[in-house]
Write a protein of this length. Structure first.
Length: 113
């Protein structure tokens, strides 16, 4: 059974940092990444990483967020610095196995002003 489990969300003040982690099991993912969804908004891509093209970021994340994969290939992290209230959302881990997308259950990130 394929599972993606996020951790690391929470409440932080503007300007602070959080590190999200995602542990995947059941399959090796070619690509992994993060999406987020704020109330009333569509889910949006934040960052992704794979061995072929490296890492990519949405404009909103560039310069502040860093995505990385762990030593165990099926882990992915999102280091978020200089957080802003507009970063408040549920963050979802995403994995691509070459034919299908897989999603975690999400972790809440709340940035207070």
């Amino acid at each position: 059974q394929v599972q993606l489990v996020e951790s690391g969300g929470g409440l932080v003040q503007a300007g602070g940092s959080l590190r999200l982690a995602c542990a995947a099991s059941g399959i090796i993912f070619y690509g992994m990444g993060w999406y987020r969804q704020a109330p009333g908004n569509q889910r949006e891509w934040v960052a992704s990483i794979n061995s072929a093209v490296g890492s990519n970021y949405a404009d909103s994340a560039k310069g502040r967020f860093t995505i990385s994969r762990g030593h165990a290939e099926n882990t992915v992290y999102l280091q978020m610095n200089s957080l802003k209230p507009e970063d408040t959302a549920v963050y979802y881990c995403w994995g691509w196995d070459g034919s299908s997308e897989h999603w975690g259950q999400g972790t809440q990130v709340t940035v207070s002003s």
